[in-house]
Design a protein around this ligand. Sequence first.
Ligand code: NAD
Length: 339
Amino acid sequence: MTTTRVLVTGGAGFIGSAYVRALLGPSGPPGVAVTVLDKLTYAGNPANLDEVRHMDRFAFVRGDICDAELVDGLVAVHDHVVHFAAESHVDRSILGADTFVRTNVLGTQTLLDAALRHAPKTFVHISSDEVYGSIRAGSWPETDPLRPNSPYSASKAASDLIALSYHRTHGLDVRVTRCSNTYGPHQYPEKVVPLFITRLLDGEPVPLYGDGHNVRDWIHVDDHVRAIELVRSRGRPGEVYNIGAGHELSNRQLTGLLLRACGAGWGMVSYVEDRKGHDWRYSVDFTKIRTELGFAPRKDPATGLAETVDWYRTHRSWWEPLPRRTERGQKANSTKVPP
Ligand code: NAD
C-alpha cells in the first residue's frame, strides 16, 4: 500500500493534535503518515501527542512556519498540508497584534509559497467563523463577505484570502474551512471553556464578560476534526466549507452548563468588564458541508461539555503546570451574578 504523507502545522495545539490523533487512530484512513510542524509556543503542548509519539508513522519537527527553508524542505516530501498553526486567542491579539500578523499571515504565505514550488495534492487552510464579523440574525453562507473585527480575526481573514488567491492565481489545490467555537479536551486553559472548568475544579470564581449575552455556536473538537478530514479527502479545490454544529448558546447559558457539570452554583460567577469590540453573535450556515460531504455533528453540548469536564477532572497533571492567569482572570471583580 502506498503511504499518504500529511504535514500538519500546529499539530501540538488543541485542534491540530486532535486531528493527528484521529488520523493515526483506529478509525483513521489507512496508510497515512503524519509529520507535525510546531513551534511549541505557550499553546503547543508535546503531551497532546503522547498517544501517537511511539508510532513509526509519526514524526515531530519543532520549528516556525515562517522559516522558509525549513518549510520548503518539509512541504517537498509531503502529499498533503493541513495548516492549523496560528496565534489563536482573541484577547492576546487585543493586547498585541504583531505575532498574529507574523504567524497567521506571513506564516501562511510562507507555506503557500512552498506549496507552489512542490505542488502537494491538497493544502487545507484551517480558518474560523470569526472572519465573517458579527451577525444579529440568520447565518453566514460561505459566499458572504469577510468583515472581521478583532486583530485575531483580521489576521485569519487575511490568511484565508491569501490562501484562496493561490488557488485562483496559480491553480493550487487550496481548501478553506471556517469553523465555529470549538471545545473539548487538551485545550489550553485560557479560552472560556477550559478556563472556567479548571477554575471551578480548583474552587475559584469564573469571570463572565459583560452581560453574558454574546452568542456562539459550540462544536466538539471531534466533530470539527471529522469535518476537516472530509474536506481534505473529499472536498473540492478552491472551495470554502463552513463547519458548525447548530448549537448556539449565550455565554450565560454556556456558563450554566459548565457550573452544573462541575457541581458549582452561580455564586462562583463574577462579571468582568466586557472584551473590547466583543462580537455579539457568530453563526455559520453549514448546509454546504452537510449536503456535499455528508457532515453531521454528533455531540450535543450538554454531553460534550460534561465529558470535557470529566477529562479535565481526570487529567490534572496535563493542566496544573500551565499558567492560567489571563487578562480576563486578573480583571475579575467580586460582583456576583444572581442565580
Ligand atoms: P492552539 O492555540 O491550541 O494551537 C496553535 C498551535 O500552533 C500551537 O501548537 C502552537 O505552538 C502552534 N504555532 C503557533 N505559532 C506557530 C508558528 N509560528 N510556527 C509553528 N507553529 C506555531 O489553537 P487551536 O485552538 O488548536 O486552533 C487551531 C486552528 O484552528 C487555528 O488556525 C485557529 O484559528 C483555528 N480555529 C480555532 C477555533 C477554536 O475555537 N479554537 C475555531 C475555529 C478555528
